[in-house]
Design a protein around this ligand. Structure first.
Ligand SMILES: Cc1ncc(COP(=O)(O)O)c(C=O)c1O
Length: 368
């Protein structure tokens, strides 16, 4: 049995979650089964999981340092994590975060399921003060799409001995750049649709905890909500995660170069990338992240200029989502629920293409 404590993350990604007995395939097989013969621990896949899911769960659990549960999507994992909040509990969440989460939380508040409050990611004192009243602090850093940096370590540390649950959406950072459970978070969620899968060909999610009790509750949610992942999707996500380190480091180097050039470009009125020294969260990001990621957001002068740039892109795909090998771009304020964002804001997920090719495409697309 391989031990995540003794291996570098890059090695664990490649070697964990494989069958180990002589004669077995190197890769965890795609087990297409809803039901299993009686007489052993596994009876029905929705209840006890499947060997295919367990392979991905083992890899992600080792990276994050906890127990992982795979879901049908990032939102399914998020919904299961949020279900940990008792009825009437307060959930504090960032002013900028993935809009699906913001919508889910606002809807639950209207339904009377919980109460909600938003804080700026950077307001560390506010987050720490909220520990007294909140049932759950929901963190997302770097945030989607403004790339705000919250003090994940400081907030988790302050909440460590309290009854307040701290949940972190670690999708943008990936487990290679940030491991919130080590800092004291209770739950980490991922949209595995993004960097973990890495090829824009599947939907999958994961929730990881460091307590058996929280994992049991999250698994019960998966069973009762039926939020189980597709076997093919998990098989592809497992195949995808093997190359996470090389994909991420290449995309990250590209993102740094592109952000530096965008910042100096006369058509660009704002550039947000935590790796830039000018980013307000740069120092904190440098302390708490092992890499700055491959998401950039930058603003053109107005919505028309940003829409025109998206239409003109020839290599960079005009599409939503992120974390794939290909570069994608979209104007976020055009997304329902995101109208409050700067109208000319373009969110870009930088891929692993040659950086000069990406830059040539951006340059011709944003030329005035
Ligand atoms: C930060 C973040 N969290 C969660 C999600 C939701 O993931 P999924 O689409 O897999 O449900 C997304 C999707 O864009 C995201 O960007």
């Amino acid at each position: 049995m391989r031990d995540p404590e003794k291996l570098e993350a890059e090695t664990w990604l490649v070697s964990a979650g494989r069958p180990e007995a002589a004669g077995e395939p190197l890769n965890a097989p795609l087990v297409a089964a809803s039901t299993f013969r009686h007489g052993a621990d596994r009876g029905y896949a929705r209840n006890e999981g499947s060997p295919t899911w367990e392979s991905l769960e083992t890899i992600v659990a080792g990276l994050e340092g906890g127990e992982a549960t795979a879901f049908s999507s990032g939102m399914a994992a998020i919904a299961a994590a949020i279900e940990l909040v008792p009825v009437g509990g307060e959930i504090v969440y960032p002013a900028d975060c993935y809009q699906g989460v913001a919508t889910l939380l606002a809807r639950g508040a209207v339904q009377g399921r919980w109460t909600v409050r938003q804080l700026a990611a950077e307001d560390t004192a506010g987050w720490i003060a909220a520990i007294d009243s909140a049932a759950m602090l929901w963190l997302e850093s770097p945030s989607n799409p403004l790339l705000a940096i919250g003090d994940v370590a400081g907030i988790c540390e302050a909440a460590r001995d309290s009854d307040t649950l701290v949940a972190v959406d670690n999708t943008f950072a990936t487990p290679l750049n940030q491991r919130p459970l080590e800092r004291g978070a209770d739950v980490v969620v991922h949209s595995a649709t993004k960097y973990i899968g890495g090829h824009s060909d599947l939907l999958c999610g994961l929730a990881v905890t460091r307590s058996g009790d929280l994992t049991a509750q999250i698994r019960t949610s998966r069973i009762l909500q039926g939020a189980t992942p597709g076997t093919m999707e998990v098989f592809l996500a497992t195949r995808g995660i093997r190359t996470l380190a090389v994909r991420l480091r290449t995309a990250e180097a590209n993102a740094f170069e592109l952000a530096t050039r965008l910042q100096a470009h006369p058509a660009v009125v704002a550039t947000r990338y935590p790796g830039l020294a000018e980013h307000p969260g740069h120092e904190l990001a440098a302390q708490q992240l092992d890499g700055f990621g491959s998401m950039i957001s930058f603003d053109l002068v107005d919505a028309a200029a940003a829409d025109r740039a998206c239409e003109r892109m020839q290599l960079v795909e005009h599409a939503t989502s992120l974390g794939g090998v290909e570069s994608t771009i979209e104007r976020r304020a055009a997304t329902p629920g995101q109208e409050h964002l700067p109208p000319g804001l373009l969110r870009m997920s930088v891929g692993i293409e040659a950086v000069e090719d990406i830059w040539s495409d951006i340059e011709q697309a944003i030329a005035q």
